[in-house]
Design a binder for this molecule. Structure first.
Ligand code: PBG
Length: 326
């Protein structure tokens, strides 16, 4: 045989050989685990569209946090479901709002755990939009002040990182200024810089009880068809003082993750959203795919695409499976 070709398979001959040349690795440090904190008592309710994900009340948070610590997970992303909602989302920026209370609870008992607070109004507004509403319009500048109040009250309660997800223009600039003026110069902003108007958020809206009551989010979240727009969004957020950039969702947007990684020198975060989680769970429950192998493949694919961090509902399972593989 005088064929000329390269023998790529030489580096795949055994598990140890493959481990030797592996380019990307997952660890518990990569993950941020979302939590849904429910205002009320004695609640630990599984989200029907997200098997394995629970809404928990404060009195069940101790056990949940112990489990998280046992999985070596070091950061949590907090969402709140308030008892009452109103037009201007008061529960989001109330000093005794559910996220503020949960933050204090965790900080007192688990001081080393990093708390990332989701800064948005949609779980707290009666109309379910991420900003103030007039008629059928979502107001931009009028919403900024409430978002600043939300961020400052979250920082006061002890949040380590502020993560605004509302997609109002100028939210990073406004929140940075508000945090600085309130003495929180050292609190970083993890901006949902590139957030698409995605159908993959469906199950989350059940989990967080924050579905819009009219219309959709297309006047503030991005068109899934667009790539260049992601650069414009991220450039603004970097200029306004963001410390991390989130791309959301993950799986259908890995090209954007690579673009962001190649362009900006900030940590890039993927939000592996609810719909991505639920699809895998449903297929696994039907016996159609191998859940462990699929999840680990997806997560390492996200790192390969350029994600430094991954917000994922699979975090606990992934850590357990990584341990099993060691
Ligand atoms: C709130 C928010 C949403 C998600 C995170 N923060 C929903 C939305 O924008 O409609 C989605 C997360 C997920 O689907 O897992 N603004």
């Amino acid at each position: 045989m005088d064929l000329q070709f390269k023998r790529h398979r030489r580096l795949r001959t055994s598990a140890n050989m493959r481990a030797l040349v592996r380019e990307n690795h997952l660890s518990a440090d990569d993950f941020i685990y979302p939590l849904f904190i429910y205002e009320g008592e004695n609640i630990r309710k599984e989200v029907s569209s997200m098997p394995g994900v629970f809404q928990v009340s404060l009195d069940n948070l101790q056990a949940e946090m112990e489990d998280i610590v046992a999985h070596d997970i070091k950061s949590v992303l907090l969402f709140g479901i308030p008892k009452t909602k109103d037009e201007c989302g008061t529960g989001a920026y109330h000093d005794h709002g559910i996220v503020q209370e949960a933050t204090r609870f965790i900080k007192e008992r688990f001081p080393d755990i990093l708390i990332v607070a989701d800064t948005c109004l949609c779980e707290y507004t009666s109309h379910g939009h991420c900003g103030m509403v007039k008629g059928d319009k979502i107001l931009n500048d009028e919403s900024l002040d409430l978002l600043v109040q939300t961020a400052v009250s979250q920082a006061k309660a002890g949040a380590d990182i502020i993560a605004p997800s509302n997609m109002m223009d100028g939210f990073v600039a406004a929140i940075r200024k508000g945090l600085d003026e309130a003495g929180f110069q050292d609190t970083p902003i993890m901006s949902y810089a590139v957030k698409y108007a995605s159908a993959f958020y469906g199950p989350f809206r059940e989990a967080a009880e924050g579905a819009p009551q009219f219309g959709d989010r297309k006047t503030y979240q991005m068109d899934p068809a667009n790539r260049i727009e992601a650069f414009r969004e991220a450039e603004s957020d970097v200029a306004e003082g963001a410390d991390f950039l989130i791309v959301k969702p993950g799986m259908p947007y890995l090209d954007i993750v690579r673009d962001m990684k190649n362009t900006f020198n900030l940590p890039i975060v993927i939000y592996n959203v609810s719909g991505e989680y639920s699809m895998i769970k449903a297929a696994a429950q039907n016996g159609w795919i191998d859940e462990k192998a699929t999840v680990l493949e997806m997560l390492v694919g996200m790192k390969r695409a350029g994600a430094d961090l991954i917000v994922t509902y699979h975090a606990k399972d992934a850590v357990r499976w990584l341990r099993e593989n060691q």
